[in-house]
Design a protein around this ligand. Sequence first.
Ligand code: VGL
Ligand code: ZN
Length: 193
Amino acid sequence: MKVRLDKNSALIIVDVQRDFCQGGALAVPNGDEVVPVLNEYIEKFKSAGAAVIATRDWHPRNHVSFRSRGGPWPEHCVQNTAGAEFHPRLNLPSDVIVVSKGTEPDKEAYSGFEGTDLESKLRELGVSKIFVGGLATDYCVKHTVLDGLKRGFEVYLLEDAVRGVDVQKGDSEKAIEEMVKKGAKRLRLEDLS
Ligand code: VGL
Ligand code: ZN
């Protein structure tokens, strides 16, 4: 499958933040491996004049998903802390559009569309095709992809640029199957013309 990028395409990089990478509070196994691959995608999207969007998990210190509040996760991606910063080797372009999510203390938001202006930004730019990579396959990537499909976007899953948490073995594989079943198309770097 060869896919040509155009101005109706946008790259969505999900949550490639220090806390989800090696040494971080909620490190995704091999999460750092997506960085060099995403850097290649960024170059291709910039060359095609396509938008680059980066979502970030951006929690208040008392977020409901934290164990301190009975949630499933250690404290991570707290607003304005080092752990919430984008990975230092991720070459985000100067005109990257940053979308913060999970900002409400009492609401979990795994999807980049949930409680954000991501959809209106995409519509404003005339984007109809989104290409989603980042962390984590079985949480924020999955929910962003499924939400994109629900909202009528053509969605490509960048399967060489995602890694999962796998709380249960096989979660990421299951997540990919579900995304594909619901209409996402798998794409790898070499599929871009
Ligand atoms: C995520 C767990 C908790 C993610 C965010 O970005 O996939 N996972 N918060
Ligand atoms: Zn989170």
